[in-house]
Write a protein that binds this ligand. Structure first.
Ligand code: SF4
Ligand code: SF4
Length: 87
């Protein structure tokens, strides 16, 4: 079952993703108190022969807490409030 959402939607700019996996590890730390990509609610996959090098996707049970957004150093993840501040 999907989690109750805690924040506005998260937007992904996969073309900026470097594949660092900080978002994945930080999300798993929230839910498991350990670094475990299998427990994360965000997934990053390397692509072959595509326009972007990485695909980034959110699972249905992502609660929009924004932790991954705040920890992405490359601005590949955005949340509505962050976009508003930049306008
Ligand atoms: S979305 Fe950001 S934090 Fe996650 S792997 Fe890509 S660059 Fe790293
Ligand atoms: S918004 Fe929160 S629950 Fe969703 S992927 Fe990011 S850190 Fe995980």
């Amino acid at each position: 079952m999907a989690e109750k959402k805690k924040g506005p939607p998260i937007w992904i700019h996969a073309e900026r993703c470097t594949g660092c996996l900080i978002c994945v590890l930080r999300c798993s730390l929230k839910f498991e108190k350990a670094f475990n990509p299998d427990a994360a609610r965000i997934a990053v996959r390397r692509l072959v022969g595509a326009d972007t090098e990485y695909a980034v996707s959110l699972e249905d049970d992502c609660d929009n807490c924004g932790i991954c957004v705040r920890n992405c150093l490359y601005e590949a993840l955005f949340q509505e409030e962050k976009v508003r501040r930049r306008a």
